[in-house]
Design a protein around this ligand. Structure first.
Ligand code: BT5
Length: 307
């Protein structure tokens, strides 16, 4: 969000401030204050103009809703509708972008892993975080785990019984319906990442009906949420974790519904069945097959009934 607009919002958030007062505080002209206030109104901020400006409400969703009050360094690019936020983030990566969040209300071509379709009706939180961490490419899975932790913890805070299925699904309740999924993409050289895009899809204020049968939404679990607040919480938690990778695994383990379970992991080459006993850096699942301990770094995980 433009910093002048953010500062104007700060001036009028806790009560009324006059045009001249704001102009003096920000060292800009009164006409400029008026123009910025008009722009903020167009973004959905409700601003009373009677005898001084005061902020009545912030928009439910969009660039302003997420960027205003966001306590981490991401710029937000909002689209009412787009094919895929990951696709758009790739474009921004090619242009040299960094620490940008692409956010949308609706995707028309949302993608899961292995080019699967990702249903993204209006009312969801569909976003991609573009960043350029100083990490070797092999460590990138820790970002996927960090995103899953950020979403699960935010959902738990509002009363959702969320857990994480390895590596990247946020599930709800004993039926283990899928609330959110994560698609991480990257480009890099042998020892250094060029960019990472962490795509996060959260079924927020959407009906269960357009979603696959095994899915759920925040609306279904706890009713509609303030998507701006929810998104900010996810981004801030993710930002904390990306700067503190040591904290990711303990948090992931405590939220995981995979550890201690019998699982079947479909990797590109084979299927591994056994008990999931641990997850190690940067996100490798350790499966005890009964004969030996296998380390699995990628694949689709199915939770099996105990034998
Ligand atoms: C994922 O893939 O779970 C990653 C989903 C990432 C979506 C985000 S949204 C923002 C960003 N932009 C994008 O284009 N993508 C990212 P995977 O583990 O492969 O799961 C895909 C499978 O989940 C599908 O084959 C369906 O079975 C199921 N599915 C599709 N849409 C769903 C939804 N909205 N909720 C729950 N499950 C869904």
């Amino acid at each position: 969000m433009q910093s002048t607009r953010r500062r104007i919002l700060d001036c009028i958030a806790d009560g009324s401030a006059s045009g001249p007062e704001i102009a003096a505080e920000l060292d800009i002209s009164r006409a400029a204050v008026w123009k910025h206030v008009e722009a903020l109104r167009r973004e959905g901020f409700e601003i009373d103009g009677d005898g001084g400006y005061s902020l009545l409400s912030v928009p439910e969703f969009g660039e302003g809703a997420v960027a205003y009050g966001l306590d981490c360094p991401f710029d937000v690019e909002y689209h009412e509708q787009i094919d895929s936020t990951n696709r758009r983030a790739r474009e921004l990566a090619a242009e040299g972008g960094d620490d940008i969040v692409v956010l949308t209300d609706e995707q028309t071509g949302g993608r899961g892993r292995l080019d699967r379709d990702w249903e993204s009706p209006s009312g969801g939180i569909w976003l991609s975080i573009l960043c350029r961490p100083r990490l070797p490419p092999g460590d990138v899975p820790i970002y996927t785990l960090a995103a899953a932790v950020a979403v699960a913890e935010t959902a738990i805070e509002i009363g959702v019984d969320a857990s994480i299925k390895w590596p990247n699904d946020v599930l709800v309740g004993s039926e283990e319906r899928k609330l959110a999924g994560i698609l991480t993409e990257m480009e890099g050289e042998a020892d250094r990442i060029s960019w990472v895009i962490v795509g996060i899809g959260i079924n927020a204020n959407v009906d269960a009906e357009p979603l696959p049968e095994a899915a759920t939404s925040l609306r279904r679990e706890v009713g509609d949420v303030d998507r701006g607040t929810f998104t900010r919480a996810v981004l801030e938690r993710f930002d904390d974790l990306r700067h503190d990778p040591e904290a990711v695994l303990p948090a992931w383990r405590s939220l995981s519904s995979t550890l201690g379970r019998r699982v079947r992991i479909e990797t590109r080459r084979e299927a591994v069945t056994g008990e999931a006993v641990d997850v190690t850096f940067p996100g490798t699942l350790v499966v005890d097959t009964g004969e030996k301990r296998r380390q699995v770094s990628a694949g689709d995980c199915e939770h099996l009934r105990p034998v």
